[in-house]
Design a protein. Structure first.
Length: 153
């Protein structure tokens, strides 16, 4: 056996071990992200909002935001959005990730809202979450990103 073939055998064993360990981590993470309840209430109190006007981006703090994500079906990859005032915001597509789920809303005008909800934090009992909005007003880009938490409803 040449030096190169011995190295190849060693590398293959290391790769197999790493692949098996990574696979177990993925399975463990996927199980946690699947433990999402069927309904969540989300509150976002921090973040920033930007608008674009006359060639310059302008930043300001956004207003607090709350909504519910209901009828979560990870197998069918869908859910519904309920706004704070109780109206239905729209249908959500679900993209599953390791230790998180992404909820995507495409609004009537074609703009997009994205909410990523992470696995429940053991210390707080809440799901850390990020909400992003991408839209425009009178042809000018407007976008915002919020941080907050979601809880079982």
């Amino acid at each position: 056996m040449t030096r190169c073939s011995k190295l190849g055998v060693l590398d293959l064993g290391v790769v197999r071990g790493f692949t098996a360990a990574a696979g177990l981590c993925v399975l463990a993470g996927a199980a946690a992200a699947e433990d999402v309840p069927k309904n969540l209430v989300c509150s976002f109190t921090s973040g920033a909002s930007w608008s674009y006007d006359a060639g310059v981006f302008h930043s300001k703090p956004p207003s607090p935001l709350s909504f519910s994500i209901e009828e979560i079906d990870l197998e069918q990859q869908k859910a519904t959005l309920q706004t704070e005032n109780g109206s239905t915001g729209g249908k959500l597509s679900v993209v599953r990730a390791i230790n998180a789920n992404h909820f995507i809303e495409i609004v009537n005008e074609g703009f997009m809202n994205l909410t990523t909800i992470y696995d429940k934090d053991a210390a707080s009992g809440k799901h850390p979450a990020v909400h992003s909005r991408h839209f425009g007003i009178l042809g000018q880009p407007v976008f915002s990103q919020y941080t907050g938490f979601c809880s079982d409803k």
